[in-house]
Design a protein around this ligand. Sequence first.
Ligand SMILES: C[S@@+](CC[C@H](N)C(=O)[O-])C[C@H]1O[C@@H](n2cnc3c(N)ncnc32)[C@H](O)[C@@H]1O
Length: 234
Amino acid sequence: MGQKKLQRFAEIKNFSNVLEYPAGMKGQWKNFFKNSNPITLELACGKGEYAVGLGRIHGDRNFIGLDIKGNRLWVGAKKALDEGLTNIAFIRTQIEKINDYFAEGEVSEIWITFPDPQLRISKAKKRLTHPRFLRLYQAIVGSNGVINLKTDSPDLYQFTKQVINLFELDLLEDFEDINAKNEIGDDLKIKTHYEKLDIARSNRIHYLKFCLNKPLPVHADEQLKQLLIEEEID
Ligand SMILES: C[S@@+](CC[C@H](N)C(=O)[O-])C[C@H]1O[C@@H](n2cnc3c(N)ncnc32)[C@H](O)[C@@H]1O
């Protein structure tokens, strides 16, 4: 492991705004932030551009970036500390464990920013908008919780729309390409590290905003799998 990475790993242990695999935080975030403002979670946050960017814009809300990679979190956490942004925190852990850190309804909104699209069908269950993950999110955001997905992957964008359709979730916003729009809100103008890398080479940034307002029955996952297989055969 590089020297810089090791140094960052050591430093985040002393950052007041980074919690690594925290115990006892479920239901306790209002004590941490010292207020009851709504909490937005950025999943797979990397360097936390959204957590920090949104935190700068919305001082009346709290933001938590979550990622497994400590050296990436370091970047966002350092910025938030340097700028004195007390409404921003970071958790180093796996997304699969989020139900250990938040009580039902404790999070009001989730952003998923440029997650790995997991293009192979055999990996579809690892996509962060697969119903397997949406059920984890629903357990913390409740039935009014809002999910925002920003991705440069046309495949992940289409897949997520299939999931929204299949489970009849409310689609609040659907931008096939945010760059093609004349006017976008300040939240959507925030750019992440991976957004700038343009890995998918799609020349498009897709955005979906939807509500987890319906039950997500497990038996429908098989239907989703069949849809994906049929599409591949076509
Ligand atoms: C492609 S990067 C995107 C990072 C950032 N959102 C951006 O747009 O620059 C995906 C991120 O997801 C994180 N990640 C992937 N699977 C994860 C998991 N199961 N739990 C926590 N983090 C995960 C990786 O560590 C990585 O930082």
